[in-house]
Design a protein around this ligand. Sequence first.
Ligand SMILES: NC(=O)c1ccc[n+]([C@@H]2O[C@H](COP(=O)([O-])OP(=O)(O)OC[C@H]3O[C@@H](n4cnc5c(N)ncnc54)[C@H](OP(=O)(O)O)[C@@H]3O)[C@@H](O)[C@H]2O)c1
Length: 254
Amino acid sequence: MRIEGSIALVTGANRGLGKAFVDCLIQRGATKVYAGARDPSSVQPLVDTHGDRVVPVPLDVTSDPSVADAAQTADDVTLVINNAGVLEQQGLMEAGSLTPLRHELDVNLLGIARMCLAFAPVLKTTGGGAIANMLSVASHHGFAPFGTYCVSKAAAMSLTQSLRYELRTQGTDVHGIYAGFITTDMTADLQVDMTSPDAIANNSFDGIEADHLDIDADERSVAVRNMIREADLDTIQQAYFDRADEFYAAHGKS
Ligand SMILES: NC(=O)c1ccc[n+]([C@@H]2O[C@H](COP(=O)([O-])OP(=O)(O)OC[C@H]3O[C@@H](n4cnc5c(N)ncnc54)[C@H](OP(=O)(O)O)[C@@H]3O)[C@@H](O)[C@H]2O)c1
């Protein structure tokens, strides 16, 4: 689909990649961008920059009523970007409880599911349009330092794949966007090569405009997808976390 002339909604639009998605949508000629945020006042800087083409919308993707209200407000939307996400940075055993996994599933998986349930009928009325779900290299394979996050992102990839078929009849494209590490608050304490949010956003919209359903938005995600064909666990882990050896050594694992 073309970004120019689209009416988009971005979840988690107030910072990080979500903010870059909004900037990029405006730069590429979107008519209007609904900027979803738990605290809508936190997207005021985007309104200050872009004017009334950015419309703040209160949106907590873990809340059914909040998502339903957003779908009523943004009833002219043609492109939904499910960007909101959380990372707890641990494995299940390290967590020692289900709490972080539940949180990640609620935002990263059920958040997307809630949004799709609420917005698919809207997209049907506006001509089909598209949904783009922000996934990760972590969707492809479990990795101990982010074990519970990987579960949520793998499940979100599976949902993305099946929704493609479910929504095809109404003409809605369902994209999956994959990335390694992006320079945002989420990864502020990690020492790895990262890609800027602006580059990820631009590559994502290039992919959407080219009608690519699976979009590898950085070099790391391209490398991981290529290596998956070899199905070598060690190589894959090294590819998406280039300090994996160091991590395991520090944690007494070989
Ligand atoms: N950073 C990376 O390296 C990386 C790599 C691959 C994929 N991703 C994915 O990219 C997406 C954006 O992440 P980011 O790096 O920009 O992270 P971030 O800087 O931590 O921002 C996360 C965003 O999600 C929002 N959010 C969290 N819980 C929410 C909820 N219940 N309802 C609505 N919004 C909620 C946050 O809003 P508040 O300000 O209200 O908390 C914030 O806007 C996520 O899906 C993430 O998994 C990130």
